[in-house]
Write a protein that binds this ligand. Sequence first.
Ligand code: DX5
Ligand code: ZN
Length: 226
Amino acid sequence: MRQPTMIAPSILSANFARLGEDVARVVSAGADWIHFDVMDNHYVPNLTFGPMVCEALRPFAGEAMMDVHLMVEPVDALVPSFARAGAGLISFHPEASRHVDRTLAMIREQGCQTGLVFNPATPLEWMDHVMDKLDLVMLMSVNPGFGGQSFIGSTLPKLREARRRIDAYVRETGRPIRLEVDGGVKTDNIAAIAAAGADTFVAGSAVFGSPDWGVTIATLRAAADH
Ligand code: DX5
Ligand code: ZN
């Protein structure tokens, strides 16, 4: 019961000296969502951008949704700021919030979709009691903090298990939940990742590091849908 494929290029691998232009170009190249990696040098050992940059880029994204991935601790204070800055979906890591259920409720109250993110070693049990508040489950296939890392193979069985849990929930309630994968997604492994159950794919270096973003996005989509 996968949802229609979404390709979400991560602008972590874009050119930071011309982010607006790169966002507009990657949307014309076929990006469905813009993946916006927020790092705080506390939850992860790197520092990127915040709500003001999201707000400045939003007009360049056109129809594409801002998929805001918070790698920050604490989480809650940034939720209203990103909602005002035009985020369509806000995801966060459960270890970074004292009250996961409350943070999820806050994201919805602010009019955004919710996502819960699982690091490679984070057990899927974190989703058990909050399924009703989830619009998306995201599995990290690298340790968060940097683009351009290699896909961790144990993500594939974990994706199959996440898919099983989501499908059981959808059968019971009829309400869909997306399954996104983030880290090391390339044209040569996306088919296997999709076969394991993912329907939403972050790709940073694979898209922005390629000579023709449009061809790369089309190749990723075709392989995911095959
Ligand atoms: C890592 C980020 C990812 C990363 C993906 O912390 O959450 O979104 O930028 O980049 P690639 O696709 O290059 O692994
Ligand atoms: Zn990310």
